[in-house]
Design a protein. Structure first.
Length: 410
């Protein structure tokens, strides 16, 4: 999404020291004696009335150019996956802080008593790539009450583990069991005063209600053929794919689920990038655009904030040997692009600018803390006031940093 035509003039040349400026790089390329610049082998064209440039790999995203805001000047201090994902999710590179979805559940509560306020779904690349391991702490509640943690939905017949009744247990038996356990928990709460006991009682009751709400939510066969086709799904709904998860995200938004997080793994092309990046974009491009189109045609986009991003960018120089038709790219935190749509974001805008090497930001930098501050602002929250006292300190998602990016607000 950050077109740099002048890079073709520097293809194969060494990255100038004046551009790199001694930047710390990962152990995967620190031993290289050469850092040749690589111009993308894919073509770029302009789209929409806004004239935004898109790679040929994103034709469907290009079709919603006038509905999204592209931020080209994101940056982060983290240069490896786990600390970078943890940082963008929790505002800290060290594990243990609440995730963004948990902060929103804590700050805004839930509008649907039959589904969790925070749902997570994960998909894998169609070629089986399973790069970038994900940990449940990424959607954990940290030091917030555990009722605010994300609930992972899976593909298959049992989307939420341990939700269905085991063989021989019917709904009435489950109800009697919950009532008895609830009474015991209430006695324990009176004795110990532990707020987590009340959380446990509430979550048991939520799980009971979800036995009815989740099957209805997950049954995408009720969608029209036109809607399924928009996402690139067949009449059975294609389980476990990013496309299905995008459709489920729309269904959750309709049901007032507060925060829906989709992860798609496999974005780590240290080698073989030209082939692998095609697969990743083919897996995600159509469905991501379909989600925006579907929300818009249903009148939901203005009330729903859609955020599409990774945890950092990739280097302009090649990792490994650069050949005519193959190369890799290492991690790069100094600049990367992402997009947002709906929820108070200015559509048809490209915000920020990087240099001709797409290596350093030259205008309107947006830090991870700024992004999270802006997300909270769009949802009606002042990021400096959403705090939780823990171990004698008032913590917040943006720590002591972050400024709302007013330039991308409608």
């Amino acid at each position: 999404m950050d077109y740099k035509p002048k890079l073709r003039d520097h293809h194969g040349e060494e990255l100038p020291a004046s551009v790199r400026m001694g930047q710390r790089i990962t152990g995967m390329t620190s031993g290289q004696s050469s850092f040749p610049c690589v111009a993308p082998m894919f073509s770029f064209t302009q789209h929409g009335q806004c004239g935004s440039w898109f790679s040929e790999l994103l034709p469907h995203t290009a079709s919603i150019a006038d509905d999204i805001c592209i931020v080209k000047s994101m940056h982060t201090e983290a240069i490896n996956h786990d600390p970078a994902i943890t940082f963008i999710q929790t505002g800290s590179q060290q594990p243990g802080r609440p995730s963004l979805g948990s902060w929103l559940s804590y700050g805004l509560g839930s509008e649907n008593q039959n589904l969790p306020a925070y749902v997570v779904m994960i998909s894998l690349a169609s070629n089986g790539a399973n790069d970038q391991p994900l940990f449940s702490r990424l959607w954990g509640s940290g030091f917030l009450p555990s009722k605010h943690q994300g609930v992972r939905f899976r593909s298959g017949a049992d989307p939420v583990l341990y939700l269905s009744n085991p063989p021989g247990v019917d709904g009435a038996t489950r109800r009697r069991m919950l009532d008895a356990v609830g009474q015991l928990n209430q006695l324990a709460e009176k004795s110990f005063g532990d707020p987590e006991i009340n959380t446990r009682i509430a979550q048991y009751e939520m799980a009971y209600r979800m036995q009815t709400s989740v099957p209805d939510l997950m049954d995408v066969t009720r969608e029209s053929k036109e809607t399924l086709a928009l996402y690139g799904l067949d009449e059975k709904g294609g389980g476990g794919t990013f496309a299905r998860n995008c459709l489920l995200a729309r269904r959750m938004a309709e049901r007032d689920v507060r925060f829906i997080q989709l992860y798609h793994r496999g974005w780590d092309q240290h080698g073989g990038l030209p082939k692998q990046i095609r697969v990743q974009c083919n897996d995600t491009d159509r469905a991501a655009a379909a989600l925006v189109k579907d929300l818009k045609q249903r009148g939901l986009l203005e009330d729903t904030l859609v955020v599409w991003s990774g945890e950092f960018g990739r280097t302009v120089y090649s990792q490994g040997i650069l050949t005519k038709d193959n190369y890799g790219r290492d991690h790069h935190g100094r600049c990367f692009s992402m997009w947002m749509a709906g929820g108070g974001i200015k559509p048809g805008l490209s915000y920020g600018e990087t240099d001709d090497y797409c290596y350093n930001i030259v205008r309107d930098p947006v830090h991870v803390h700024d992004l999270n501050a802006t997300i909270l602002h769009c949802l009606g929250i002042d990021h400096t006031r959403l705090t939780y006292r823990f171990q004698g300190r008032d913590f917040r998602l943006t720590d002591v940093h972050g400024e709302v990016v007013n330039g991308i607000l409608a």
